[in-house]
Design a protein around this ligand. Structure first.
Ligand code: UDP
Ligand code: MG
Length: 361
């Protein structure tokens, strides 16, 4: 039997584009002629996205699962929440805004059939603002130099992951992460292919400059300590230079006598080094802040409800639970919280909305 597919789609305030996405996505997956499921993760949207997702679920209950997160947890956490509920042999991630054409999924599946356990992608003719493309080029270069992660186009989220990789990711409990990079660290046969890219179908990008910077710090701090070492090196070089400078000044003082010169040069130098100092404290803070978030061990996301129907018989090995059981923490991550939302409701009743009219929560 050919491998089954799970498609994971994070959704944050995408009400305007979801219908168009479904219209293109389901036919593409039907045409592949394999078992599949689409898992939409609503990342705490404040628009009508959750309602639209429910409609999509009711139209194709046997092929659709909807995981509703309580609050906005961020794109990568939403994907991880989706991963914990996948059952397919291959897991494919996709953006909800149609920037990743669903028609390209076939290429990823072919690459995985040929033995790849991680399929990275490079966007041919990326359709984004110029400043975004320039910033991405710079970040790609910095990441290539500072981490062991070799991915040409880190921003493209249309990617394929084999079950083994997803299971490994499901065992990780990182609070700030970057899914493609994390997956890469577990991959044995990673490949890269080129895929098309389109402009956003509707709505606006969910990334402000601030969020983009934070995301890139997640990537750098999560996969490398080179930024810390860089400032250690700079500190050592500056200390050596200033030692030489002191020696020169002392010699001058002895042989030429006292002189007041170059006060402003000294100011300039002092401010330059204060700048370096502040940046290095900031970089250290980026690590410390993430360590702090990690040690508090709060749930990374909480799940309000899951809409799921029964898939066609025998398609997935276990239709009642996700493979994430390997890590018991994952099941509790959202589910315990969900039962707290309304303790009066039977836990399983609330979470497993079988597709029977009147029984969906
Ligand atoms: N997204 C999300 N949570 C967030 C931000 C974004 O689930 O906090 C989703 C969003 O709905 C979309 C995908 O992540 O499906 C990529 O976001 P976007 O298109 O805004 O990013 P860009 O293409 O501008 O990098
Ligand atoms: Mg986008």
């Amino acid at each position: 039997m050919s491998a089954t597919i799970s498609v994971v789609i994070p959704v944050y305030n995408e009400e305007a584009g979801l219908e168009a996405l479904a219209e293109r996505l389901y036919p593409v997956l039907d045409a592949l002629g394999r078992g599949y499921e689409v898992i939409f993760v609503d990342d705490g949207s404040r628009d009508r996205s959750a309602a639209v997702l429910r409609q999509l679920f009711e139209r194709r209950p046997e092929r659709t699962r909807v995981v509703l997160l309580t609050r906005n947890a961020g794109q990568h956490m939403a994907i991880l929440a989706g991963f914990a509920h996948t059952r397919g042999d291959y897991v494919i991630t996709l953006d909800a805004d149609l920037q990743n054409p669903p028609e390209e999924i076939g290429k990823l599946v072919t690459a995985m059939d040929q033995g790849a356990d991680y399929v990275g992608t490079v966007r041919a003719r990326r359709q984004d603002a110029l400043w975004r493309k320039a910033a991405s080029r710079l970040m790609n270069r910095i990441r290539e130099r500072t981490t062991q992660i070799r991915i040409s186009d880190q921003g493209c989220m249309l990617r394929g992951y084999h079950r083994t990789i997803v299971d490994a990711i499901n065992r990780c409990l990182e609070v700030s992460t970057f899914v493609p990079a994390l997956a890469y660290t577990f991959a044995r046969h990673p490949v890269e292919i080129e895929v098309a890219h389109s402009e956003r179908a509707a709505g606006k990008s969910k990334y402000s400059i601030y969020r983009l910077i934070r995301l890139n710090f997640d990537l750098l701090t999560g996969f490398s300590v080179v930024p810390l070492q860089f400032f250690t090196m700079v500190g050592m070089v500056v200390a050596l230079i200033s030692l030489a400078f002191v020696v020169v000044l002392a010699v001058q003082r002895i042989f030429i006598g006292p002189e007041v010169q170059g006060v402003f040069t000294l100011f300039g130098l002092a401010f330059f080094f204060i700048g370096i100092l502040l940046v290095s404290v900031g970089v250290m803070g980026e690590y410390v802040g993430r360590i702090y978030e990690q040690v508090r061990q709060r749930p990374r996301y909480t799940i309000t409800a899951i809409l799921e129907g029964e898939p066609p018989r025998g398609e997935f090995p276990d239709t009642t639970s996700s493979p994430a059981v390997a890590n018991p923490d994952h099941r509790s991550e959202g589910r315990e919280q969900a039962s707290k939302v309304n303790p009066a409701l039977d836990h399983t009743e609330m979470l497993r909305a079988e597709h029977e009219p009147g029984r969906t929560p």
